[in-house]
Design a binder for this molecule. Structure first.
Ligand SMILES: [Zn+2]
Ligand SMILES: [Zn+2]
Length: 338
């Protein structure tokens, strides 16, 4: 194994300087891990809808300039002091939740996903659209061996957030999934594994996404502006489109839940109270907990979840984001970096 002296000191990265602009290809110094931090040589980094919200300036707290990317898979190249449970050379996954305070009411009650001072990979901490990334070891995960780096990347946000959204739907048997992208293609497999029935709602006329949903075991796939063939017990909304909330409620049985899984959504239009009546609920999912990550990464190989990835090179990050934006990606877009 090469010694630390063989470590490059400069790395290639794709960086956002200001919202609304394209990412710039640049060279940056390879960061040095501090106490508790891992320096990860990035093998692959997934592209997520949230990256588009950062690039578009729809999330107000972004550190600028910022290296996006929060589905990082790579190998530990160097470790700061005090990293427990990891060794140099281990493969790790770095998720969206990058740091929490440990002291606020949320952190103290096992809800660090809601931490008041949380920091996020690829948003307020430089992420994985680069050859190296720093990560706080307490939020990193070991990854199941049967996935290669590209296949594992989408598990780290699409998979995790999808899993948390499904958990918040409770025991719902008939699950509607709105927006059939990276998260949906994973959560559909988990839902089927748990014996649930999946109904997929895509952009109107998106025959390719509907066929893909069928391949993944959806009982029905159709346009999101059409009624469901039968009432849903829960709906998971992954598309950032507020008008889907009343549409999903209208398809949901009494006592059912509509879970909004994205970090940003266009305004929800007003709707008659009758749609909510009957003990229906609307709720959101925010971020992930470390426990979610461990649970989901243990479950994924048992399902087994198979991820469909569309690989891009690091310097094609702008193309990958453009493809995500227009819904042209079947499955998950992933930057293959190493
Ligand atoms: Zn906190
Ligand atoms: Zn994400």
């Amino acid at each position: 194994m090469p010694g630390p002296s063989s470590q490059p000191t400069v790395m290639r990265a794709m960086r956002l300087r200001k919202p609304g602009a394209a990412l710039d290809a640049c060279e940056l110094p390879v960061p040095v891990p501090g106490r508790g931090q891992l320096l990860v040589r990035v093998g692959a980094c997934g592209g997520c809808r949230t990256d588009l919200h950062v690039v578009d300036g729809e999330l107000a707290q972004a550190k600028l300039p910022i290296v996006p990317g929060h589905e990082i898979v790579g190998e530990i190249a160097q470790m700061g002091a005090g990293c427990v449970g990891f060794a140099r050379g281990d493969r790790v996954g770095v998720p969206w939740l990058g740091w929490t305070c440990g002291a606020c009411e949320y952190c103290r009650s096992g809800r660090e996903n809601l931490c008041e001072r949380a920091r996020f990979t690829g948003y307020t901490i430089d992420g994985g659209y680069a050859q190296f990334a720093l990560a706080d070891s307490r939020y990193c995960f070991h990854l199941p061996a049967q996935y290669d780096d590209c296949e594992a990347a989408p598990l780290l946000c699409a998979g995790l957030i999808g899993y948390r959204a499904l958990r918040l739907a409770g025991e719902a048997r008939r699950i509607g999934i709105y927006g059939f992208g990276a998260a949906a293609h994973i959560v559909a497999q988990v839902a089927r594994h748990e014996g649930r029935t999946v109904f997929a709602f895509t952009r109107p006329g998106d025959a390719q996404a509907q066929a893909f949903a069928g391949e993944l075991g959806a009982q029905w796939a159709g346009d999101s502006d059409k009624p469901a063939p039968e009432p849903l017990d829960a709906a998971l909304i992954f598309a950032p489109v507020g008008s889907l909330v009343p549409a999903a409620l209208a398809n949901t049985a009494k006592g059912g839940t509509v879970v909004c899984a994205g970090i940003h959504m266009s305004d929800v239009p007003s709707f008659p109270y009758e749609l909510l009546w009957g003990e229906r609920q609307i709720r959101s999912v925010a971020n992930l907990t470390v426990a979610d990550g461990r649970e989901f990464l243990a479950l994924a190989p048992k399902v087994p979840v198979r991820t469909r990835v569309v690989p891009y090179a690091l310097d094609q990050a702008n193309e990958a984001l453009a493809a995500l934006r227009t819904g042209r990606v079947t499955g998950a877009a992933v930057l293959r970096i190493a």
